[in-house]
Unconditional design. Structure first.
Length: 155
């Protein structure tokens, strides 16, 4: 299904089970001209990317451990925001992870994975970050060739 909204083409996701996910997805091409470029530290090829501003506060978001595609659901933010202490936060993140749909590649979304280079699959995740820093990371990074799945609470 293709919908034109304000000149931006939005593709609604069909591969996932509709009962699991009621959002849409975006790709880097949708974000031009607000995209940037950087070289992959592994293969040195240029990668076009986009990231959410701090104002949007898109936490918690989860990258697929296999392909690096990313998912963010507004209802997860509300649940994370209202967590008291690290124990409750970890409990809530575990429950969210169990609820998330499987990635279209067959992989699973995790809090530890990062976006991946479209050329060499290099994982950009910072493995040294504290759990709560990762859970409250407001910036989603979307790389070329990847998808960002978004589900807002009113959808
Ligand atoms: Zn690379
Ligand atoms: Zn995947």
């Amino acid at each position: 299904m293709l919908l034109a909204t304000g000149g931006v083409i939005v593709l609604f996701y069909q591969e996932m089970n509709p009962s699991q996910f009621k959002g849409k997805y975006e790709v880097v091409e949708d974000k031009r001209p607000s995209t940037h470029h950087r070289d992959c530290p592994s293969c040195t090829k240029s990668i076009e990317y986009w990231w959410t501003s701090g104002m949007s506060e898109c936490y918690p978001h989860f990258y697929c451990g296999d392909c690096g595609e990313v998912i963010w659901r507004e209802k997860d933010k509300i649940r994370t925001f209202t967590s008291h202490g690290e124990g409750e936060l970890k409990h809530n993140i575990r429950e969210i992870l169990a609820e998330l749909p499987t990635c279209r590649c067959g992989g699973h979304y995790t809090l530890e994975a990062g976006p991946r280079c479209p050329h060499c699959r290099f994982d950009f995740a910072d493995k040294n970050r504290a759990f709560s820093d990762r859970a409250y990371d407001p910036h989603i990074i979307l790389l070329q060739g990847s998808r960002l799945y978004i589900e807002n609470k009113n959808r």
